[in-house]
Structures are given as structure tokens and as C-alpha cells.
Design a protein around this ligand. Structure first.
Ligand code: SF4
Length: 108
């Protein structure tokens, strides 16, 4: 679904049908320590770029709302894990490369 900021994000959800007025981030919502989402966070959120650059089905993301110095500059911080290896992925847009290694071994 396209966020009001104009980015495609599968975690954004909205429903305005039959009297509903729902807008939510389902990625932040599923993190019990994710913080309070608001629409403006989508504009600078790294998740849409990560999803566009890395379509790996083993990439698991967790998002948290963080504040910068003096409580300003609220933003979304992403923690990524490879569900296959169970290890942190430090560059989620690039991935960990594990699946590519396995693929090149098969292709010889
Ligand atoms: S905050 Fe980020 S992950 Fe959540 S809906 Fe907006 S763009 Fe998607």
C-alpha cells in the first residue's frame, strides 16, 4: 500500500470504508517496544527503500520509533535479522548474502 508520503510500503495500512478512519504501521505495531507511530514518520522511514532494494523472503524487520537529541527528530529505526541464519543483518537493503552464497554453490 502507498503511504501518504508517497512510498510503497507493505506495512502501511489504511481503511476509510464504511465510516472507518484507520491508518497504521503494522511493522511498528507488532513491536511491543516500538513506540507510538504517527503518519509523519513515513516520510523519512528507511523501510520502503529496504523493501524495494531487498526482496529476500528471509529478511525479518523490526521497527522502533526513536528520538534524537533533546527529544527532537523523531524517526524510525530498523533492526534486521536473517531468519535463515538467525543473525543480524547490518545493511538490510543489501542483505547478508547468505542466500546468494547457497545459490552460487548450487550453480557451481
Ligand atoms: S513508518 Fe515506515 S514501515 Fe511504517 S508504514 Fe510508514 S513507511 Fe512503512
Amino acid at each position: 500500500m502507498r503511504t501518504p508520503a508517497g512510498n510503497e510500503c507493505r506495512f502501511y495500512y489504511e481503511d476509510y470504508h464504511r465510516g472507518h478512519e484507520t491508518q497504521e504501521c503494522r511493522l511498528i505495531a507488532r513491536n511491543s517496544r516500538g513506540g507510538a507511530w504517527k503518519l509523519s514518520l513515513c516520510a523519512r522511514c528507511p523501510v520502503p527503500d529496504i523493501l524495494r532494494q531487498n526482496a529476500c523472503g528471509n529478511l525479518a524487520l523490526e521497527a522502533t520509533v526513536k528520538k534524537g537529541l533533546l527529544g527532537l527528530n523523531e524517526h524510525v529505526e530498523v533492526f534486521a535479522v536473517c531468519a535463515k541464519k538467525g543473525e543480524r543483518v547490518t545493511q538490510p537493503a543489501r542483505g547478508c548474502g547468505s542466500c546468494h552464497e547457497a545459490l552460487s554453490r548450487i550453480q557451481g
